[in-house]
Design a protein around this ligand. Structure first.
Ligand code: NDP
Length: 419
């Protein structure tokens, strides 16, 4: 029986919390801690009557290591599931290593202020050395390996869907379908419609920072950079139909090409509608996507945070979103001396997710694997002292739990390839 401390109480957290409550044979106690404690209390009131997992709540500022240490000291969790913002990954990892608590997150670290001079210098060095310019990368989190090893606990990075399930799909493909994987295309399609001209389906600030960044892919040991949204393909997604998709940088490429160096090329595509792209470009052109504080009258404001305050809260989209998501990986490689291509994917229905847990499918597809990651560390089925990405563990128990907890997957031979 395990005690889990959940950090954050937004869209993704609300699904992870609901799924932890469905799994009280593993999770005996859960503390939900976030900046706005009233949201944690509302979550407790919603789920406590349905579960024997004992729920408590706490107010916390995840920027404050002292507050995190004090809460860990008080609640004494076995695992900390961080489903808040990636700005806080390092503080939470430091606290977990010091207190010997397993750590899980769903997005690679990035600083809130990308103009902070010490970080900026390191970032510019990385851009030159590694060749990719996204603000998020795994280097700093991986550098905590020895701290976690000495503490004898696990840090599991990127335990959502992408990164997360996509990493497990790669490990599963290698274990069961290929002697060698040559090419991987990760395709993330949201075929859902929420009826707004412009809204994001997870945290607005993180989403827009990610999507407006220059893009790249990995080929023959190098990153190949291209301008944001400059590579477009049309793909006919199973159970959804044809959608425009665009090449993006994504963090799982960084870990997967390190852990599977045989992979010659890896690309990541995400679908976007024209209305989203037009709004984003226009807001970018007027400076609304900047994360550097500016003076507004007597106040300092951060434009992208101001924009976020005007836009629909992604966790409120569930009721009005119809359609499906399809996220998966297309592999090309060799098995027993023969060329093979397969597609492993999950389809998730927005309204089905809403009926079950009150959330749209993007939160659902992230919150379910976050719970599974916490469950596998709690039971010891996944074990290791240090910092890991999901592809470094046995994919089979994870794939089994995806089927059991609402994200069934399919394997299709000879799919239509992306040009
Ligand atoms: P939300 O904005 O809905 O939730 C973020 C939560 O973090 C809120 O509860 C917020 O509190 C809390 N928070 C913010 N700052 C602090 C702080 N200083 N101290 C304590 N709590 C804080 O985000 P989402 O649920 O949409 O996304 C959560 C994470 O999941 C993000 O990192 C996102 O990148 C990641 N993600 C990963 C995906 C994957 O497939 N791997 C897919 C989608 C998202 P408050 O309510 O007070 O603001």
């Amino acid at each position: 029986m395990s005690k889990v401390l959940v950090i954050g109480c937004g869209g993704v957290a609300s699904v992870a919390i609901a799924k932890i409550c469905q799994n009280s044979t593993i999770f005996s106690e859960m503390c939900i801690a976030s900046r706005t404690v009233s949201k944690c209390e509302a979550m407790k009131a919603k789920w406590q009557p349905t579960t024997s997992t004992k729920i408590s709540t706490a107010k916390i500022d995840a920027n404050s290591k002292e507050q995190v240490l004090a809460l860990i000291e008080k609640f004494r969790p076995d695992v900390l599931l961080h489903v808040g913002l990636p700005y806080h990954n390092l503080v939470l990892m430091q606290a977990c290593a010091e207190c010997k608590v397993h750590y899980i997150d769903t997005a690679a670290y990035e600083p809130e202020n990308t103009n902070e001079p010490v970080w900026r210098k390191q970032y510019e060095k990385r851009c030159k050395e590694k060749g990719f310019v996204a603000y998020f990368d795994y280097a700093e989190q991986w550098s905590y390996f020895d701290k976690f090893k000495e503490a004898g606990v696990t840090a599991l990075l990127g335990g959502g869907f992408d990164p997360g399930v996509t990493n497990v799909f790669v490990a599963y493909a290698k274990k069961h379908y290929f002697d060698r994987i040559d090419y991987v295309d990760i395709l993330d399609c949201n075929g859902g419609d929420h009826g707004y001209p412009f809204a994001t389906n997870f945290n607005t600030e993180i989403n827009l920072r990610e999507v407006s960044s220059p893009a790249d892919y990995y080929e023959n040991g190098k990153w190949v950079g291209v301008p944001a949204m400059s590579i477009k393909r049309v793909y006919d997604f199973p159970e959804i139909g044809e959608k425009d998709m665009y090449l993006l940088h994504h963090e799982e490429i960084e870990s997967l090409t390190k852990n599977f160096p045989e992979i010659k090329r890896m690309r990541f595509y995400m679908t976007f509608g024209q209305s989203y792209l037009t709004h984003m470009k226009c807001l970018e052109n007027v400076g609304m996507l900047n994360s550097t504080p500016v003076n507004f009258g007597e106040h300092k404001i951060i434009p992208i945070q101001f924009l976020k305050s005007l836009m629909p809260d992604p966790s409120s989209l569930g009721e009005r979103t119809v359609g499906k998501t399809n996220i998966g990986c297309i592999f090309t490689g060799e098995k027993d001396g023969k060329k093979r291509t397969i597609y492993i994917y999950n389809v998730c229905d927005h309204q089905e997710a809403f009926k079950e847990v009150g959330s749209q499918a993007i939160s659902y597809t992230t919150g379910v694997p976050a719970m599974i990651s916490a469950a596998l560390l709690s039971t010891g089925e996944w074990k290791g002292a240090g910092v890991f990405n999901l592809e470094e563990f046995d994919p089979d128990p994870f794939m089994k739990m995806l089927n059991e907890y609402g994200l069934p997957w399919k394997v299709v031979e000879n799919p239509v390839m992306v040009e």
